[in-house]
Write a protein that binds this ligand. Structure first.
Ligand SMILES: [Zn+2]
Length: 404
């Protein structure tokens, strides 16, 4: 029955049917500036970034820092310069740490996250991130999953950089890195003045145990930097699974529970606003912190009490992860671009919204809190209390083993 015919029968019935036919994606709910920002994501630019990242042959955290064309040193310098070229509004820097030999870090090393900050009207921060370091094992992740020997690496050509075997890492995690780099361009050139400060982050040391992300989160706590949300992207560029099943229309989004946790709420927020601005792409929230037996940088932020979620492609191909076969040919640019648009829609909406309310009682104590009744805490640090479990490597004392 048409709405007009229903109205003729009964005005109220027409209104009811109109209500039922209304899609949640009412165009009047959309901010035209954000819609324009989302539409500015470029497949072509994502492709060019991935080609460049692949050209460094390896971006292992422990590879060469002296070559200008190969290894982690050349890669991080290029990422820094690339983001800086987009806009004078972007404050691009290395976020550096001296780390001693330990665990999977087989020599003392300086770790450098690459960070681009787009200042907003307030200092509260929203992150879009990936990790630019790579790893390659003999046989790759597929071999490990099939019960093969994990961690056997190809021989190194450079005794000063013992993990410099070829590790192109175009999908893991060139894809998340390219997404963050491209969105630093799109946001900084959008002309929108956001309420929140946006941070576009390329983490390092992920393959050694989420080290770069954890160190940054720890520094944020020490410096009382208010991180409100982290959208981490790791392996988000391939739409065809190892089984051959193709799914270029969905993306999985992992978050730690329980159902009312800040991270799970953030995942629902991303799902809602992704669906409104990018209706052709579906966000599938997963009721787990990450895939079974696997981890990512969003968990390092979770470990220190921040709301953080992890995007993962719809179908994975394990023969192309942690492997020399993780090349440009294994990535779908249209799919990666859709995932970038979902990130853009959610982050732009969140950054345009007012900050979460701080509701206090007549004694100045927060009343919206997960702290036990009667316990008073700094509102922006309350989530950290009792949540200092560290990732497996870091639990063995990394915090105490930073070089001076
Ligand atoms: Zn990864």
């Amino acid at each position: 029955m048409s709405i007009a015919r229903a109205r003729r029968l009964h005005p109220a019935a027409g209104a009811l049917i109109a209500l039922c036919l209304s899609s949640p994606a009412q165009s009047q709910e959309l901010d035209p500036q954000i819609a324009k920002l989302v539409a500015a994501v470029s497949e072509e630019r994502l492709g060019a970034i991935l080609r460049k990242l692949e050209s460094f042959e390896t971006r292992s955290t422990l590879s060469s820092t002296t070559s200008t064309t190969r290894g982690i040193g050349a890669a991080r310098e290029w990422i820094r310069a690339e983001m800086q070229s987009y806009s004078p509004k972007l404050q691009v820097s290395f976020d550096s740490y001296q780390v001693l030999k330990q665990g999977r870090i087989n020599r003392d090393v300086e770790l450098r996250n690459v960070m681009a900050v787009l200042p907003g009207k307030t200092p509260r921060r929203i992150y879009i991130s990936g990790h630019y370091d790579t790893v390659a094992f003999e046989g790759g992740q597929g071999n490990t999953n099939a019960g093969g020997t994990p961690g056997a690496r190809n021989p190194s050509a450079d005794p000063g950089a013992p993990l410099d075997n070829k590790a192109p890492g175009v999908n893991d995690d060139g894809s998340g890195t390219a997404l963050a780099i491209e969105l630093s361009r799109v946001f900084s050139q959008s002309g929108i003045e956001f309420d929140a400060t946006l941070v576009f982050m390329a983490h390092v040391g992920e393959e050694q145990g989420l080290v770069g992300a954890w160190l940054h989160a720890k520094r944020a706590i020490d410096q009382k930097i208010p991180i409100q949300a982290v959208l981490n992207n790791d392996i988000v560029g391939n739409d065809t699974g190892g089984s051959g099943i193709k799914d270029g229309a969905t993306i999985r989004l992992y978050s730690e529970g329980p159902e009312d946790s800040p991270s799970r709420s953030l995942a629902r927020f991303v799902q809602r606003w992704g669906a409104l601005y990018v209706p052709s792409h579906k966000v599938r929230p997963m009721s787990r912190p990450d895939r079974f037996g696997r981890g990512g940088d969003h968990s390092a932020y979770n470990q220190l009490g921040f709301a953080a979620v992890g995007f993962r492609e719809s179908r994975e191909n394990f023969t192309r992860q942690h492997d020399v076969r993780d090349t440009f040919e294994g990535v779908s640019l249209p799919y990666l671009a859709q995932n970038a648009r979902v990130n853009a829609a959610a982050a732009a909406t969140l950054a345009s919204a007012p900050p979460p309310p701080s509701v206090v009682n007549d004694r100045g104590q927060p009343t919206i809190t997960r702290a036990p009744l009667g316990v008073r805490r700094e509102p922006h640090l309350e989530a950290f209390a009792g949540r200092r479990r560290l990732p497996h490597l870091l639990a063995r004392g990394l915090g105490a083993r930073l070089a001076a």
